[in-house]
Structure formats: structure tokens, C-alpha cells
Design a protein around this ligand. Structure first.
Ligand code: CA
Length: 239
């Protein structure tokens, strides 16, 4: 992991670099704003650092401008350092896209802790995204179904299914594990996270509507199957 330190106080920059090195990170120090942006521009297509600690007040180009410019081409995690605590509110309001803000004087230890937290979050998000994409493409290959949870949108073999939020969640849950039988309680827990008490019949009626919507668009594909006495499952039956 490589950390870029953009800081024009040499002693502070070196102190940070030492702490980061103790924590197992490599770092590179740049003391000038314009040089920092030139450096990042040169690396934008190949090897950007894994994170940048960016001072606000810098010679030639300030941290705000650097942050804005970098956000045009990268999600590189940025921790911005300012000398005034009041500045942080103003910077937040400007929505520059920095991942975190710290106020000087800071303890290098605290900065290292924040660096670790942000890098862990970024890695976790990347894994989540990969898992989701892998799951989605497996599902699409299997059944011709794609799900877009952010829009509650389901498309089956090119046909958009008009689903209510409950129907979408039921489909999403069952499709996440094709072949697995879900009982009514499990389906209810997914759809009513406020622990509302709903009857088995409510779930049955949602499922019935969901199956009808699928059938209306793709009569030959029966994706939701009832398993007598137990519950339901999502399965693509071979022709
Ligand atoms: Ca400075």
C-alpha cells in the first residue's frame, strides 16, 4: 500500500511518513500543490497511490483545487488536513469528495488509524461489488433475470417486471440462492424488517401476484415454485 503525503511542512511530512512506515505502508512526500497534481496526472492511468493525505494550504495550488481535479478522474481515497477546525464545516459544505477531514495539529497515530479505516472500507466495498456482480451475472446466465435493487427494477429476458417493493424483495431473496427452499417466516423476515406480524396468507398472496407478473411477461418461465407444506423456491427448470 502506497500513501501520498502532500504537505509543505517538511518535519510534519517526515513524521507522518515514519509512522506510516511503522504501520507497514510505503509513502511518498510532495511539498508543492502543483507538483502534487502533476504527479497524480502522470499516474492516473497506471499506478495511482492507494490513498492521499492532502494538506489544504500549499504553495502554488491549494488542497481544495487538487481534490476537485483528482475527483474528475479517480475515486482515490483522500484525507484532507486543515489548520482550522472551522474550515472542516466549510469544506464539507463544498462537497469536494474527500473521504475524511482532520484538523491540525493532529497526532500521526490518529492519522494512521484513519488511513487503515478508510483502506479497509474501500477494500470491503470492492469485494462487495465483485460479489454482487458475480452473483448478478450468474443469475442472468441461469434465468435471463437481472435485478437492480437501487431502482427496485427486475428485467426478465428483456421484459421489465412491474413489481411492488415487497414483491421485488421476495424475488431478490429467492433468486440469491436458486434451488433453496424458503419458508414463509424467512420470506416475511426479509420483507417486513420492522417485525410487523403478518399472516402466512399475506406472503402467499404476494407470491401469487409475483408469479402472475412473471407469467404475464414470460409464460414459459415459471421461476417461483411452491414446495408443498414448506414454502417457496426460485428455480430454473431445464426444458
Ligand atoms: Ca500547509
Amino acid at each position: 500500500m502506497n500513501i501520498l503525503i502532500v504537505e509543505d511542512e517538511p518535519k510534519l511530512a517526515q513524521l507522518l511518513a515514519d509512522y506510516l512506515s511503522q504501520a507497514g505502508f510505503e509513502s511518498h512526500i510532495i511539498a508543492d500543490g502543483q507538483q502534487a497534481l502533476d504527479y497524480l496526472n502522470a499516474k492516473r492511468t497506471s499506478d495511482l497511490p492507494d490513498l492521499m493525505i492532502l494538506d489544504l494550504m500549499l504553495p502554488n495550488l491549494d488542497g481544495m483545487e487538487i481534490c476537485k481535479a483528482v475527483r474528475q478522474f479517480s475515486h482515490l481515497p483522500i484525507i484532507m488536513a486543515t489548520a482550522k477546525v472551522e474550515e472542516i464545516d466549510r469544506l464539507l459544505g463544498l462537497e469536494l469528495g474527500a473521504d475524511d477531514y482532520i484538523c491540525k495539529p493532529y497526532s500521526p497515530k490518529e492519522v494512521v488509524a484513519r488511513v487503515k479505516t478508510i483502506l479497509r472500507r474501500v477494500q470491503w466495498q470492492a469485494v462487495q461489488k465483485q460479489d454482487f456482480q458475480a452473483e448478478q451475472s450468474a443469475l442472468a446466465a441461469l434465468s435471463g433475470l437481472t435485478l437492480e435493487p437501487s431502482q427496485l427494477k427486475a428485467v426478465l429476458q428483456g421484459h421489465t417486471l412491474e413489481l411492488t417493493s415487497v414483491e421485488f424483495q421476495l424475488l431478490e431473496l429467492m433468486a440469491s440462492q436458486p434451488g433453496r427452499i424458503f419458508n414463509r417466516q424467512q420470506l416475511m423476515d426479509k420483507c417486513y424488517q420492522d417485525h410487523r406480524v403478518v399472516s402466512d396468507r399475506t406472503i402467499d398472496s404476494h407470491i401469487k401476484k409475483l408469479r402472475k407478473r412473471i407469467k404475464d411477461k414470460c409464460p414459459e418461465q415459471e421461476l417461483i415454485h411452491s414446495v408443498y407444506g414448506v414454502g417457496y423456491k426460485f428455480e430454473v427448470l431445464a426444458d
